[in-house]
Design a protein around this ligand. Structure first.
Ligand code: XMP
Length: 325
């Protein structure tokens, strides 16, 4: 029968059987899934796991600091932080097609993991090889990416359909059969704090798939500001538990005319995409209070230069997906 403690015991046994006495690395994204996957594997193989946090420059405001602080404090895991923002920006230059972005980001992640692997081996060459890559892939990721067949049904999740073909790692994916609510229960069972377990989902490719158009440093900076304002106001209004997540999307190739002070503006719109959902397979748009929407809109247009319109996405999934790309 399905109980979280059964799932934990089964997965720990399966991980031990798969990894044996060798070593693994786990990409931490700051999200629930990779945190729970890492905590499970750590339970199974202890410090033969090294977590790697790749700062790809597509993170939200404050996210990197949070991973370094919260997760390490909660688990005591070995953590390696890699600043790879230049590398990702270079790889993404000129890319605006959503699937190509996802594949580019997936490929760069793996390249960074390979480098991290080499460094870990160099630091302790006598130890067992680092052969495994732990990922927090969930059941819906597998389904929407076409079951890892390489052909995306809907979109290539960065850790499934976005992997390069010449992957040198064997994958360890202890959450592959679970839905998000089950992952949260497993995380609780493992003793992870609420700040991690109840965190809203955030996609591995980060803000890279929330800029419709090419990803540049300037655009990322704009979006990071707008997103931080929206999150701050939603939290202040006590709405974090009511919504599943609220992507903020920059329509970077769209401009519209506005007026501010006594001047004409010609800026970009951002889209608010608040949704409610059980498992992200389907979703409905959240009926947020108008006064909260008004505060977010006023603050974003006042505080983020270049953004002169805030629009609300009122599409369910289907037919829309949660993210715009
Ligand atoms: P969609 O846009 O497919 O999103 O309706 C469903 C859920 O998955 C998240 N998402 C991702 N998570 N890697 C992830 O770790 C990805 O590549 C990815 N793409 C989408 C999205 O935020 C939503 O919660």
């Amino acid at each position: 029968s399905w109980t979280t403690s059964n799932v934990v015991d089964e997965q720990i046994a399966a991980i031990r059987a798969q990894v044996g006495d060798r070593r693994a690395i786990c990409g931490l994204s700051g999200g629930v899934d990779s945190a729970v996957a890492a905590a499970l594997v750590q339970r199974a193989i202890g410090d033969r796991l090294t977590c790697v946090y790749v700062d790809h420059g597509l993170m939200r405001k404050g996210e990197t600091e949070q991973v370094e602080k919260d997760f390490v404090a909660a688990t005591g895991v070995r953590l390696k932080v890699v600043d790879a923002s230049e590398r990702f920006l270079t790889a993404l230059a000129g890319v605006s097609d959503p699937e190509q972005k996802r594949k580019t980001i997936g490929r760069e992640f793996i390249r960074v993991f390979e480098q991290a692997q080499a460094e870990i081996v160099a630091e302790a060459p006598g130890d067992q090889p680092v052969e495994f890559l732990v990922q927090g892939t969930l059941y819906p990721d597998v389904v929407e990416s076409g079951g890892g067949t390489g052909t995306a049904n809907i979109k290539s999740h960065h850790n499934v359909g976005g992997l390069p073909e010449d992957l040198e790692f064997a994958l360890v994916e202890p959450l592959r059969k679970l839905f998000k609510d089950e992952v949260r229960m497993v995380g609780q069972e493992l003793g992870l704090p609420d700040e991690i377990v109840q965190r809203q989902p955030f996609p591995g490719p980060g803000l890279g798939i929330r800029i419709v158009g090419e990803v540049t440093k300037e655009r990322l900076d704009l979006l990071r500001e707008a997103d931080a304002i929206a999150r701050e106001e939603l939290t202040a209004a006590g709405l974090d538990r009511d919504i599943w997540q609220c992507p903020v999307v920059l329509l970077a190739d769209v401009r519209s005319v506005g007026v501010q002070g006594d001047g004409r503006t010609y800026g970009h719109p951002v889209v608010l995409r608040p949704v409610s959902s059980e498992d992200a397979m389907t979703a409905d748009w959240s009926r947020l209070p108008y006064d909260v929407l008004a505060r977010i809109s006023t603050r974003i247009t006042n505080e983020v230069a270049e953004v002169n319109r805030v629009v609300l996405d009122v599409t369910s999934k289907p037919p829309g997906t949660i993210e715009w790309e």
